[in-house]
Design a protein around this ligand. Structure first.
Ligand code: ATP
Ligand code: MG
Length: 446
């Protein structure tokens, strides 16, 4: 295959790690992935398990998905499988579906262009990349050497063209090729370096780490939808705290969370950072315990420093409190979604968690009962507990609301003192309370 390239290809070695020398057994591979590999092989094609799955199996982890690479074109793959869909524009791929499991089958791709293939660059970045190539070419266009290992279904060996096997053994993430070029080509690789290092407990090779703080700003040009996906992988996959610390170490926070990151730098007490780290640690613990986590709560914490700063400045400008809250929340979201496309189904409940914080100081009986029955009370209360990390003076408030949830209606009612408008019913229905209300004008917060 003829090709020209504007930079030298990294030296391609041909290491074969024989079956029995690498410790990967077919028992660890998803039966559906094995089915796909065998069907391709029986159809006369090359078929390899590739990428994260091979890397994870080598370090004894459980891969979250199994990707297959082959010399069959997507159309040829489609002919072999009934349950197959072709997807993607930037990368054309075949998805073979087995109920809920999808095996992704990609044709070997080249990182070089002889003009015959379907490839498009815009300002140094790849927007379409459908030039097919050899397995060696497929290996060197991947990001890290550890992600460029191929498990061959033909003889169960692992093929390594870039020294990835040794790098996995030493637990190091090394970029293939010239790091700066590779980051310019796709800035999200900087986030992948931090994410994979946190997830796998690998270190980032010096040459791969060095350019990151300098090039972090390039993330502004990556798609905000892709950055949202990547941020869920950073923070909702059980290693949020390590990811955050990695982003901080490598100077990536200002690019991802400009306002929060500025507010954190301005916070001399370190309370806001403590709040955030606690939130991330709690998220990790919940995932370990198989409890649900929501991006709304996570982003409420990630963007709280920005919100608190904006609110303080609006209030200092003399804006009425309730209005200031609403405006601060809107501004933070409006600004942040330019970087990370947080969908409204998460940003709205996130703002609600912030708004509810303002209602905790109000201990009037009706307000207490009403807040307790708010559908987002629990999330808001959990957030109040978090805020205690930054504002120790909230201890009383936290204690009050913790108890309030546990007391019976009667007990809580007794604690709140005698009711204003008589009647022993401690938790009257909403309707009745509405009808009885005497001074609606004084209840201005709803
Ligand atoms: P994870 O365990 O989080 O899925 P992964 O390495 O499998 O990690 P994927 O996003 O599933 O990550 O990507 C699969 C493979 O595709 C990677 O192992 C790598 O070889 C290649 N790849 C993914 N993203 C890039 C990228 N931005 N640049 C180059 N190669 C990439
Ligand atoms: Mg993967």
């Amino acid at each position: 295959m003829s090709h020209h390239s504007d930079r030298p290809l990294p030296s391609v070695k041909h290491d074969v790690i024989e079956r029995g020398d690498h410790g990967i057994s077919r028992k660890q591979i998803s039966p559906n992935a094995l089915r796909v590999l065998y069907r391709l092989k029986d159809g006369g094609f090359d078929a390899y398990l590739v990428g994260g799955a091979v890397r994870d199996l080598l370090i004894g982890g459980a891969p979250k998905d199994f990707d297959v690479a082959t010399n069959a074109t997507p159309e040829e793959v489609k002919h072999l499988f009934r349950n197959c869909r072709l997807i993607g524009r930037r990368f054309r791929l075949a998805h073979v579906m087995f109920g809920r499991e999808i095996i992704e089958v990609a044709t070997f791709r080249a990182n070089s262009d002889d003009g015959s293939g379907d490839r498009e660059m815009e300002g140094g970045r790849l927007v379409r990349d459908n030039v097919y190539g050899s397995i060696e070419e497929d290996a060197v266009r991947r990001d890290f050497t550890a992600n460029a290992l191929y498990y061959n279904i033909e003889d169960f060996s692992v093929r390594d063209f870039v020294g990835g096997y040794e790098d996995v053994r030493h637990r190091v993430l090394r970029l293939i090729g010239e790091p700066e070029d590779r980051y310019r080509e796709d800035p999200v690789r900087m986030l992948r370096a931090v994410r994979l290092a946190s997830k796998l407990d690998f270190r980032i090779d010096v040459a791969a780490a060095e350019p990151i703080p300098r090039l972090a700003g390039l993330l502004n040009e990556s798609s905000s939808a892709r950055l949202f996906d990547e941020s869920l992988k950073l923070f909702m996959a059980g290693h949020a705290e390590a990811s955050w610390l990695g982003l901080e170490t490598h100077g990536l926070l200002p690019a991802l969370f400009p306002d929060s990151s500025a507010a954190l730098r301005a916070d001399e007490t370190g309370g806001l950072r403590r709040l955030l780290l606690t939130a991330l640690r709690n998220t990790d613990a919940r995932i370990r315990e198989d409890r649900p986590v929501t991006p709304a709560f996570l982003f409420a914490a990630l963007l709280w420093p920005a919100y608190a700063a904006e609110l303080a400045s609006l209030e200092a400008g003399g804006l009425e409190v309730h209005l200031a809250q609403q405006r601060a929340a809107d501004r933070v979201v409006m600004h942040q979604v330019q970087r990370i496309a947080l969908p409204r189904r998460f940003s709205i409940p996130m703002q609600e968690i912030w708004m509810l914080q303002a209602r905790f100081p109000d201990r009037r009986r009706k307000r207490v009962f009403r807040l307790l029955s708010h559908p987002r009370f629990r999330a808001a209360y959990d957030f109040l507990e978090l805020r205690q990390q930054a504002e120790p003076e909230l201890a009383d408030e936290v204690a009050f609301w913790r108890d309030a949830q546990e007391l019976s209606g009667d007990q809580l009612s007794a604690r709140l003192g005698p009711p204003r408008s008589g009647g022993g019913d401690p938790q009257p229905s909403r309707k009745r309370r509405r009808r009885r209300r005497r001074k609606p004008a004084s209840e201005s917060s709803e």
